[in-house]
Write a protein that binds this ligand. Structure first.
Ligand code: AVJ
Ligand code: FE
Length: 440
């Protein structure tokens, strides 16, 4: 978290903003201008929209709100980049800034933000307390970087991205499931200075004893479900999920294709055999829910997931991350697009929770059974459109972050959400089941 002296917070902010911008640059410079303005899927914005939207949010929150400055561009530009005024499918036909104008704009905003940061007190006003709104903007840019990476995955054509492969798993034999004992823990946070509104406030939650998969569900596991006729067996599916499967003809995760007896998948322009030991990726909530029912289990609730990720039964305390309070590192978690996919299951023993549950942070977002709602005492802040307008039964919560989530926007309390039919996000899952009486 951004704690420490004001100088330490300022240097953390510069670091987080700079890392976000390096990634935005990478994702928007890897393709030509045609590819930047093209819509690669109606689910996604053109990359050039994300780019200028990143700059526009940074200008609105930092330069105009905190800095009190006048707009850098004609005020009609703001509405083009307001996500609520134009659905993604309509964005290509808007009179958007072109790629060169967008790059100039975001660079201009950023250089003024760096000046502003030095002149902004980090005490005494809630928006800037501990650098909150600067941290919010770094998180916002990284969330869009993850979205832009999903656009890259949907893009047809030659590969343009590369990264070293993720680490192998050491091959330790892990128990398939781990018992999480009954009792209360602290869900959410009131202490993390950069936590977003939906993570607040901290509140006690009692969780009954349950078993949670020690690692995420793998491709090999998921292929067993497919081979057993999982997609053709109504009883495994939520009724709305079954209707969806029939309507769109789902038969395997997104980007998978059958080649003779083998499953192959396309990832960032490369087609390769589906690796059996990687967490399954690009499944929707309905697929995760159906798999769990087929396996005789269920998805964890959001509270169960968070308790497994944060609770230490030995000290009876709730941590920020499974491994403790320290920031994520390359040894602990697969984050930040360091690799272009999840690592094999079991590859991050250094990131294990106190109970030994692995890969809760990084690799794949994990679907939970929970609808996205506000915690008791929730207050929208600093804007209703971040979370509150999405509360309700139509969105399911995902936890833990993917290989494409940056560490600034990933922690034990961080909440993501999407529609239960969405598969282009970097989502997988793990399963849970109730403990038997006397087990915990
Ligand atoms: C939290 C990932 C669902 O991308 O819609 C970006 C994040 N909010 N700009 C999204 C977000 C505003 C949000 N998710
Ligand atoms: Fe946004």
């Amino acid at each position: 978290p951004a704690q420490g002296t004001d100088d330490e917070i300022r240097s953390r902010i510069v670091d987080d903003l700079t890392r976000a911008r390096r990634r935005t640059a990478l994702l928007t410079e890897a393709v030509d201008d045609d590819d930047l303005i093209r819509q690669h899927s109606t689910l996604m914005s053109p990359l050039v929209w994300d780019l200028a939207h990143i700059g526009n949010q940074e200008e609105l929150w930092l330069l105009r709100d905190v800095g009190g400055r006048d707009p850098l561009l004609p005020e009609t530009v703001d509405q083009l980049y307001d996500a609520f005024q134009h659905p993604r499918a309509d964005r290509p036909s808007l009179p958007l800034l072109d790629p060169a104008q967008s790059r100039t704009y975001v660079a201009d905003v950023r250089s003024k933000v760096i000046d502003l940061l030095d002149r902004t007190p980090l005490r005494g006003r809630r928006l800037t307390e501990d650098g909150f709104v600067f941290g919010m903007i770094a998180q916002h840019e990284q969330q869009h970087a993850e979205t832009m990476l999903a656009t890259h995955q949907l893009r047809q054509g030659e590969p343009v991205l590369s990264a070293p492969p993720p680490p192998a798993a050491p091959g330790d034999r892990l128990p398939a499931q781990t018992l999480v004992p009954a009792g209360p823990f602290t869900m959410g946070t009131s202490a993390h200075p950069w936590a977003l509104d939906n993570e607040r406030p901290a509140h006690p939650v009692h969780v009954d004893a349950f078993w949670l998969d020690t690692v995420p569900v793998s491709n090999a596991d998921y292929q067993d479900f497919i081979a057993d006729g999982g997609y053709a067996t109504r009883r495994w599916w939520d009724p709305a999920g079954w209707a969806h499967v029939q309507r769109v003809g789902l038969a395997a995760p997104l980007f998978w294709r059958r080649e003779g007896p083998e499953w192959v998948r396309r990832r960032f322009g490369r087609t390769e055999p589906v690796p059996p030991d990687e967490p399954v990726l690009h499944v929707c909530w309905y697929e995760a829910d159906a798999y769990a029912r087929w396996a005789g289990r269920r998805l964890p609730t959001e509270a169960e997931w968070e308790k497994a990720a944060r609770y230490d039964p030995v000290s009876d305390t709730t941590r920020q991350y499974p491994w403790g309070e320290d920031d994520p590192t390359a040894e602990r978690a697969n984050l930040g697009q360091d690799h272009l996919g999840p690592a094999p299951v079991g590859a991050y023993p250094a990131g294990a929770s106190p109970l030994g549950i692995q890969q809760l942070i990084g690799d794949v977002w994990e679907w939970t059974s929970s609808d996205f709602t506000g915690y008791p005492g929730f207050a929208a802040w600093p804007y209703r459109e971040y979370s509150e307008v999405f509360f309700g039964p139509e969105y399911k919560v995902l936890r833990g972050g993917s290989f494409a989530a940056d560490r600034v926007a990933c922690r034990g309390t961080f909440r993501n959400w999407d529609y239960p039919i969405r598969r282009q996000i970097f989502a997988g899952f793990r399963c849970a089941r109730d403990a038997a009486p006397g087990e915990g």
